[in-house]
Design a protein around this ligand. Structure first.
Ligand SMILES: Nc1ncnc2c1ncn2[C@@H]1O[C@H](COP(=O)(O)OP(=O)(O)OP(=O)(O)O)[C@@H](O)[C@H]1O
Ligand SMILES: [Mg+2]
Length: 477
């Protein structure tokens, strides 16, 4: 390991000193190594300093102003453009004080005036290093937050959803083929878009092919293109969608029902990375990232001979399974508020609110059509709300019908679950019912609700959080 890279491993700060006077370099090196406990790298000129910057990424740079090739002010500018967290101190001698003032205006941290007072140098350098540390910690935090922020369009905080977003972010920048599975309305297309937007192919448009929408004979020619006269009616050559997606991503939406003939051709594209337009002998190399989606059971289709197993394995390199709304039920209130805000803006109903009881019913009702169904429901409610508030009565009877769970409902639909899953499900149903009634009785006052149910306030709040129950939803307005 060189001295230049050692500072990272040792966690010592690294200071670069730039001066064309060797004596000055030696004196400052000695002072800083001894009194600041930092590592020092020296550069005899501005240009040499620039060369070393990328190599060692110092925490601070102390530079003379007057230097032959690149002066201190120019070096400062270049450093700031390179990495604004790198703090710069300029050294001034007789006759350069104006330039030092300019340097401060340009963003230098401080200046040192020759001849030096060693204690002063140590103080200034220490403070300057502290500034770098703070700026870098701040930058790291920002980067981290950006990485954690969900890709555009996704709303939700549940573990189930975070797991999916995490996986999408991890595989986005690879060229791996991805199969997105999930019930209808769970956000499969949204996930494909997020994958594309997070990938290095994002500058180009993602091509979406809605497979079932195209008749069997058209699908093949749409995907791979054809030459003029390839079949009756082919008056012009057509560039296929795969070629259009060159350098980008293609989403094969609802892939389960594509004819076996097209499956065979698709397999070939995935294996050879080339297409053969209809009516042509030559093949064309394409660079396309393939993402496919389905809400069907492909394994079952393979068993029935309706889907090629080899194509399935080629598509399923990365498998993303979108959670249904039952698995992310704690996201329902967030999603309701998200769509409410969206449609209030779209339909110009800024004053519209939702009654706590209505929200509660939305939270508790089943959503077989998942997020899409919830989105459509909110849209309908916004469009049809007569007053300033969406009331429980505005909800369709199916949703409004379930304020209390009769005993046997507590135990329905458990057969397919393991013992632990079933137990968790019953506990969830019971807790939601119990807590909703409790909070409704206490008008959302958690302290009073806790006192009456024999739980500590914090314990009650913990359980409410677990089941996505929010006290303000029960407050009388
Ligand atoms: N987590 C989410 N946050 C916000 N909006 C979502 C979320 N998941 C899905 N949506 C929205 O729900 C709607 C349905 O999503 P999408 O079309 O991606 O689902 P899908 O799984 O492809 O559905 P289908 O199987 O019906 O084709 C879209 O309007 C989408 O923006
Ligand atoms: Mg879809």
């Amino acid at each position: 390991m060189t001295e230049l890279t050692a500072h990272a491993a040792e966690d010592k700060k690294l200071v670069m000193i730039v001066d064309d006077e060797p004596d000055m370099l030696a004196m400052l090196r000695l002072t800083l190594e001894k009194k600041c406990g930092c590592l020092v790298v020296t550069a005899p000129s501005g240009l040499k300093a620039l060369e070393l910057l990328g190599e060692c990424s110092p925490d601070a740079v102390i530079t003379d102003i007057k230097m032959p090739d690149l002066d201190g002010l120019q070096l400062l500018q270049r450093i700031q453009a390179y990495d604004h967290t790198m703090s710069v101190i300029v050294m001034t001698g007789y006759g350069t004080i104006d330039m030092a003032v300019q340097a401060i205006k340009d963003g230098a941290y401080d200046f040192l005036q020759k001849p030096f007072d060693k204690d002063h140098i140590v103080r200034v350098v220490r403070n300057c290093l502290e500034r770098t540390t703070l700026l870098r910690a701040n930058r790291n935090l920002k980067d981290k937050l950006e990485r954690l922020a969900p890709p555009a369009g996704f709303v939700g905080q549940s573990k189930a959803q975070k797991r999916v977003l995490d996986l999408l972010a991890r595989v986005a920048d690879t060229d791996a083929t991805v199969l997105i599975r999930g019930e209808s309305g769970t956000g499969k297309e949204l996930a494909a878009r997020a994958l594309h937007d997070l990938s290095n192919r994002r500058a180009q448009r993602m091509i979406v092919v809605n497979c079932p929408a195209l008749p069997e004979n058209v699908l093949e020619s749409e995907l791979f293109g054809y030459s003029r006269g390839a079949f009756t009616g082919a008056a012009h050559a057509k560039k296929g969608l795969f070629l259009e997606a060159h350098g980008s991503t293609i989403l094969l939406d609802e892939i389960a029902d594509i004819p076996v003939q097209v499956q065979t051709k698709l397999l070939r594209v995935l294996q050879e990375k080339e297409i053969q337009p209809l009516g042509q002998n030559r093949t064309i190399k394409v660079d396309v990232r393939v993402v496919a989606s389905t809400n069907q059971n492909l394994e079952e289709k393979i068993k029935n001979g309706e889907f090629r197993a080899d194509l399935f394995y080629r598509l399923n390199v990365v498998s993303v399974v979108m959670p249904n709304l039952r698995e992310m039920v704690e996201d329902v209130p967030l999603l309701v508020h998200h769509f409410l805000a969206l449609f209030k803006r779209e339909y110009e109903r800024p004053e519209l609110e939702i009654a706590p009881e209505a929200l509660r019913l939305l939270y508790r009702r089943p959503w077989p059509g998942n997020v899409r169904e919830l989105e459509n429901t909110i849209k309908r409610l916004v469009l049809s709300a007569a007053g300033g508030r969406i009331e429980a009565e505005d909800l369709e009877p199916a949703a409004a019908a379930g304020p209390s769970l009769p005993g046997d409902e507590l135990f329905t639909d458990l057969d397919a679950l393991s013992y632990n899953e079933a137990k968790a499900e019953v506990l969830r149903r019971f807790s939601e019912e119990y807590l909703s009634n409790l909070l409704a009785r206490h008008q959302g006052n958690v302290t009073s609700a806790a006192a009456h149910c024999g739980l500590e306030r914090q314990a009650l709040q913990r359980i409410m959080r677990r089941y996505g129950i929010i006290s303000v939803d029960f407050k009388q307005r």
